[in-house]
Design a protein around this ligand. Sequence first.
Ligand SMILES: NC(=O)c1ccc[n+]([C@@H]2O[C@H](COP(=O)([O-])OP(=O)(O)OC[C@H]3O[C@@H](n4cnc5c(N)ncnc54)[C@H](O)[C@@H]3O)[C@@H](O)[C@H]2O)c1
Length: 317
Amino acid sequence: MSDDSVVVTGGAGFIGSNLVDRLLDVGFRVTVIDDLSVGSMSNLECASKYGSQFAMVRQDITSAELLDVMEAVKPRYVFHLAAQAAVRHSMSDPMFDARVNILGSLNVIESSRRTGVERILYSASGGTLYGEPDPSRFPLTEVNKHQPLSNYGVSKRAVLDYLGAYRAIYGLEYVALALANVYGPRQDPHGESGVVSIFAGNLRSRQRCVIFGDGNQTRDFIFVADVVEAFIQALHAGDGEVVNISSSTETSVNELYWEIAKIVGSSLEPEFLAGRVGELGRSCLSNKKAREILGWKPQVSLSDGLGQVIDWISSQG
Ligand SMILES: NC(=O)c1ccc[n+]([C@@H]2O[C@H](COP(=O)([O-])OP(=O)(O)OC[C@H]3O[C@@H](n4cnc5c(N)ncnc54)[C@H](O)[C@@H]3O)[C@@H](O)[C@H]2O)c1
């Protein structure tokens, strides 16, 4: 095991690739394990400039060969971000979702144990973990009951149990960051998630946006660079904990829409369609524990973060 060697599963994806850039910048040797099912090599263009400090292995986390890769790399830390990350896909194909998110994660955890990994940093889903509790409990702290209401929420949550068991049985340390709604550069504007990228992409090219429901549903938007810093802080704090990483602020989809419209100078009205079944009405996670345990707090305001997304989309041509 090398002291500065880390693996980032899902490192070619939106959050993972932003994390990879930061890890390389602070001097880690980074190996990305990603099957490129969603992520892309274009997200790793900056990373590729780091020469031998960076390696990319195209590998499915559910495969038996994952152990060979882990044995060759012998990382000290594993940032586990690879996942089937779409709630709707988890509802249309629950078996696939469970295979990647539960069996794939278990494969990552077991390979980590076998190769002497010191710590796993896991990207849990704060938006789905607590189901839909009474908004009088907002912002939701980590003591709220885990009661996910989607297959994706269930599969992401199941990994917390495995991490807890491996810690108790084998002493494999972990921190689970329960991420709110992450947005930022490299989020796929063509995908079904990432409402920020979708609105920003459409409004920039003067296309009408669709809002499902009345737009009063709220989300807790957190900028990707803030999430990356939380992962860095969690290298040395938060042992065995689930920690929300959030803005602790509720923003409605309508507010988000008009904030982006203002930045791009559009007055186009959105189109409202029927709300989607199973969509959360409101979401807001407390970040008190992250402040106390990780010494972390969000640094990027929504308007600054949205500005960075729009700059990034513009730079893509
Ligand atoms: N984006 C958010 O708002 C958010 C919120 C909470 C939690 N998360 C979690 O953060 C992580 C990263 O999310 P993201 O938004 O960057 O998603 P993403 O889809 O951009 O990244 C996921 C990456 O995992 C890879 N991957 C998928 N299946 C794989 C497999 N079987 N083997 C190897 N690689 C595989 C994909 O190619 C992709 O690069 C996920 O675990 C997701 O559940 C994201």
